[in-house]
Design a protein around this ligand. Structure first.
Ligand SMILES: CC(C)(COP(=O)(O)OP(=O)(O)OC[C@H]1O[C@@H](n2cnc3c(N)ncnc32)[C@H](O[C@H]2O[C@H](COP(=O)(O)OP(=O)(O)OP(=O)(O)O)[C@@H](O)[C@H]2O)[C@@H]1O)[C@@H](O)C(=O)NCCC(=O)NCCS
Ligand SMILES: Nc1ncnc2[nH]cnc12
Length: 267
């Protein structure tokens, strides 16, 4: 016997993990303020069926992001966002076509698209190498797009001017620092626990655009209280009712839940 054949580790399929993460996020129930199997959260224009159509439309793009990243792997990271953005906006259009113009996953496409593109560029895929590559790709994004914003401002751009919040752009430019911070505490036991930990610290632009800075602080405080005192299914239902009453939806944290799960699966 010449000894065991050296088995090369199978390459990590980040596009498949990204799609699985979106399905897992949607199915997680209950999810305070968010669309799940139980209700539509704080959304009059979105339901579970719409999210199914959205994820189905987005999924084929994840491998395209990775292929694009691989095709440009020899070029400097901080010159790639303009290349990726064109495909990202095409993916957004596919989402809008599937959802009759409703924004279900704009932030999810941005974050997971960056991870898939980065996976095509790096030699060895790890959660560290992907996050580092994403921060290199997004280098200067906040100052370029938020500090010097021009034209019609999105929620994210308005909030930077008002509160200095950097939203999805800042999270990506930091290499998903909020997610990495939470993952150091997370025991990998429960997606509800991961979501609450994200809601407790994420500066979610959705909450601010819906409920002002008070809305953000309300949700952060509520999540912190559950984490400190313990929670169960009924507590999550109560939190869902309170957020729906206030029209609050932590959509950004829902996206970061998907990012966090992908990174935890890669290790
Ligand atoms: C860079 C973009 C994200 C620009 O978009 P924008 O200027 O809008 O940036 P933000 O406002 O910061 O965030 C956009 C979405 O990102 C999610 N998000 C929010 N806060 C955070 C955060 N702190 N960290 C990470 N992600 C965050 C959130 O997305 C989710 O919520 C949306 C659904 O909720 P809803 O309340 O319904 O949202 P609305 O429809 O806006 O409200 P209503 O009208 O219903 O009341 C959904 O998008 C979820 O994903 C924020 O909404 C980027 O979009 C961009 O420039 N894209 C172009 C393509 C591109 O660059 N692609 C590159 C990679 S492929
Ligand atoms: N399940 C969900 N409900 C509402 N907004 C979201 N954004 C991402 N996932 C979401």
């Amino acid at each position: 016997m010449t000894g065991l054949l050296a088995t090369k580790p199978r390459p990590v399929d980040v596009p498949a993990l990204a799609a699985a993460a979106l399905w897992q996020e949607l199915e997680l129930t209950p999810k305070p303020g968010l669309v799940d199997k139980r209700n539509n959260g704080s959304h009059r224009d979105m339901d579970h069926a719409l999210f199914v159509r959205s994820i189905t439309a987005i999924t084929p793009w994840f491998s395209r992001f990775a292929e694009l990243g691989h095709a440009h792997a020899d070029k400097p990271a901080d010159e790639q966002l303009r290349v990726l953005r064109l495909m990202g906006m095409a993916c957004e259009q596919a989402m809008y076509a599937a959802t009759n113009g409703i924004n279900t996953h704009k932030g999810g496409i941005f974050a997971l698209g960056l991870l898939c593109f980065a996976a095509g560029r790096v030699k060895n895929v790890s959660s560290e190498s992907l996050c580092y590559e994403v921060s290199n790709i997004c280098n200067g994004l906040v100052s370029r797009e938020l500090a010097a914003h021009s034209g019609k401002a999105t929620a994210g751009e308005r909030q930077f001017q008002q509160y200095g919040l950097t939203g999805a752009r800042g999270e990506a430019e930091s290499g998903f620092a909020t997610v990495r911070n939470v993952l150091t505490q997370w025991k990998g036991n429960s997606l509800h626990d991961l979501l609450l930990r994200l809601m407790a610290i994420n500066q979610d632009s959705n909450l601010v655009s819906r409920g002002g800075i008070e809305g953000l602080r309300y949700v952060q405080g509520y999540a912190l209280k559950l984490l400190a005192n313990g929670w169960d299914h009924d507590e999550l239902i109560r939190m869902d009712n309170m957020l729906v009453k206030r029209n609050l939806s932590p959509g950004g944290s829902a996206d970061l839940l998907s990012v966090g799960w992908v990174l935890s699966e890669i290790k």
